[in-house]
Design a protein around this ligand. Structure first.
Ligand SMILES: [Zn+2]
Length: 317
């Protein structure tokens, strides 16, 4: 397989979790005795550009299906977080009824409803039908498609360019990250801002968070790699912030490369931290598999000991 960004051959495997079914592919009662689809789950790092990525086995169409089960509105804590985020971003970039906001992966309308409440025109793009239909109930304008450079081209021809593009927890979910970035560039107004959130790969490596590796995440991203991809396609990161979601994520703001916005110190600080930790040193990635196996073996030994003592386990949800 070749790197999703720079197209170098991927030779450095850093984690092999065997074979698993896609994480949101819940079974119906009638499916229980049918054959379930399992796919290899392996993580590689590109030795040229340091993009950490899952080996290609599953297509987006097989993961983000019409009956997709993840509805963002299910978590009250997340809704509260999103309400605060919306309030802050509206103030920060002075958005009003003359602005236009596009959210990519708008899910069930959990976020755009806050813009609607402030009468700020917005558009959602959501590939899964189950969540898209839910957002329609909130009267949110949305397109039921995957976002890519082709869709961006037609939006741009239709004069639907954005002052703000929000793509939270989606940049890591796209198989063709280059094409997606070309799309962002196409639908961004000259003074527009792109806001992305993604799990910070620094935490995955540093804290051995192998349990966040799953097929829906095609990439695990650092600020350095995101800025590299942005710059390749005419964008730049001008602000970045660490946030607590998903075991430690980053929120980054981007704009057109040619825009005069200054790069904030926060960006250089995080870039420095990534380099000091060793994200640009290929040997730093050697420990993930060993650490994962240590956790696995400890758990198996614990269960064996309990079994010997004939202890029962009760799981309380
Ligand atoms: Zn690469």
């Amino acid at each position: 397989m070749k790197c999703r960004h720079c197209k170098s051959f991927l030779l450095k495997k850093i984690l092999d979790l065997g074979v698993t079914p896609p994480s949101n592919a819940y079974l119906k009662k009638s499916d229980i005795f049918k054959k379930e689809n399992f796919y290899p789950l392996r993580l590689y790092v590109c030795e040229n550009c340091f993009l950490v990525q899952v080996e290609d086995f599953v297509n987006s169409e097989d993961l983000f299906t019409a009956d997709y089960a993840y509805f963002s509105s299910a978590s009250k804590t997340f809704l509260k977080y999103i309400k605060e985020f919306t309030k802050q971003i509206i103030n920060e970039f002075k958005l009003n009824k003359n602005s236009f906001v596009i959210e990519i992966a708008s899910n069930d309308g959990y976020l755009l409803k806050n813009f609607l409440a402030k009468k700020i025109p917005c558009l959602g793009i959501e590939p899964t039908k189950s969540t898209f239909l839910e957002s329609k109930k909130l009267k949110i304008k949305a397109i039921n498609e995957f976002f890519n450079s082709k869709l961006a081209e037609s939006l741009s021809l239709d004069k639907k360019k954005a002052d703000l593009i929000i793509a939270n927890n989606v940049y890591a979910h796209v198989p063709d990250i280059n094409d997606f970035t070309i799309g962002l560039k196409r639908i961004l107004k000259p003074n527009g801002v792109v806001s992305l959130e993604f799990h910070h790969v620094l935490n995955l490596i540093k804290y051995n968070l192998f349990d966040i590796v799953y097929h829906e995440h095609f990439s695990y991203l650092s600020l350095g790699v995101v800025d590299k991809i942005f710059r390749k396609f005419g964008l730049k990161v001008f602000d970045a912030k660490k946030i607590l979601t998903h075991g430690g994520s980053l929120r980054v703001y981007g704009c057109h490369l040619e825009h005069s916005r200054n790069i904030k110190d926060s960006v250089n600080k995080i870039l420095k931290e990534e380099i000091n930790y060793g994200l640009n040193n290929i040997n730093k990635y050697n420990y993930l598999q060993k650490n994962e196996e240590k956790v696995k073996n400890e758990l198996i030994n614990f269960l064996k000991k309990k079994k010997k003592k004939k202890k029962n386990f009760f799981f309380v949800s």
